[in-house]
Design a protein around this ligand. Sequence first.
Ligand SMILES: Nc1nc2c(ncn2[C@@H]2O[C@H](COP(=O)(O)OP(=O)(O)O)[C@@H](O)[C@H]2O)c(=O)[nH]1
Ligand SMILES: [Mg+2]
Length: 436
Amino acid sequence: MNPKSEEMQKRLTHIGNLNNYIEDLLQKVPGNLINEKQRKKLTEAIMDDDDLNNLLEGLKNPRPPRFVLVGRTGVGKSSLVNAMSGMYLAEVSDVEIGTKEARKFTYEADGQVYFEVIDTRGIGESETFDKKAEDELSEVVREFRPDALLFLQKATERAHIDKDVIATKQLMDKTGGDLPLVAILTHIDELNPSRVKEPDRYPDEKLRLIGEKKAQLERIFAEHGLEATAILPVSSYIEWDRDPEAMPENDRHELRIGFDGRRGIEELLDFLEESLDVRAAIHLGLTVRLNRVAIRISERFIKIFSALSATVALSPIIATDIAVLLTLQSILLMIIAYLSGRELEFRTARELLVSLGGIGATGFTLRMVAQQGSKLANLLFPGAGSAISAGIASGGTYAIGKAAVAYYLRGVPEHELGQVVQDARKEYEEQQEEDK
Ligand SMILES: Nc1nc2c(ncn2[C@@H]2O[C@H](COP(=O)(O)OP(=O)(O)O)[C@@H](O)[C@H]2O)c(=O)[nH]1
Ligand SMILES: [Mg+2]
């Protein structure tokens, strides 16, 4: 394994183990920092959170997303799937599925299944696609229980599309329900000027053409009473570091991206992650965007811990509460670091908190407590300035969570964390205002 996939493997293991890790963590918090009642409350708050449970459930039982791909040969179906995963995937054929209008297979690399698809081979392409074939295909698609139907059309072409749209409309009517239909305009890099492949350098003319093509596709859909959940223009253009054709099929997953001309793929993945069943969304995230999954889970923890911080500080805060707050924040930090593939000692987490406190996340009082450790834990803080309101406590936890996500998961350098904390505090306050 190369170092990168080793790193990924470690993170994957960490994310999969999260449940155990948290249980462990809560057991290990020193008894002089939180009492048993608080420990129990913390455990319950984490375990009873529905959204979090959903995420964790998805982590335990991820399954590859299932897509129905509609689009003619050459439209870019295989390339799109490679573009989504950032890898050169092998098409592994499945068993016969009882219709010649479609083929079912998986996209794999190194034994790992990324996607399951039914490729309709362009229903519009077939000469024999009659009523009976249509019924057969619908049946097969229904049984497949797809997460989404992806309709692909080349941005550079207008021919034959009506026939595909009509066939798709019928397929959607028969199998539809609330199946998301994503219309994808492929090959947008080939719109003029087609020599410009760098995704961040598309000139206005190219962007204008993309908009035009999008509107055009929207019109055709509307004419046929077909409604796309989204229309997304993409370029799947990738130059690999070696020539795939010159390699044995089984080794092609080792190809790395040489030139990356992908555009619109992140948006497509965002959209899919939002609309797929959580287990499929997690699988997609785990295989292609590990960081996204980690960030999503972190965001959930930030919410839980901010809310908990507020309850800690409901009454004018005393030193023991500050110790609890600090513990909460340390645990949050440790969880987010863990999701990034690292492991922090409780002490390290606290030291980190202190440095973040120094840039205004938690305020002076917390920093002092951190420095003094539990020595102060049983003392009432003197003076009015020591009473931390629920809002400040909760906002501080929120800001610390955001800073941790920025540092561990988004790669923001340490010297910029001060700004992250400030922004997070502002964001928190705005949210509070909105909630009022
Ligand atoms: N420039 C460019 N070429 C693409 C794009 N998508 C696919 N291709 C190329 O178009 C050809 C057909 O793509 P393929 O994925 O095999 O189409 P499929 O038959 O629908 O699976 C291949 O040569 C791809 O490299 C794209 O977005 N931009
Ligand atoms: Mg193909």
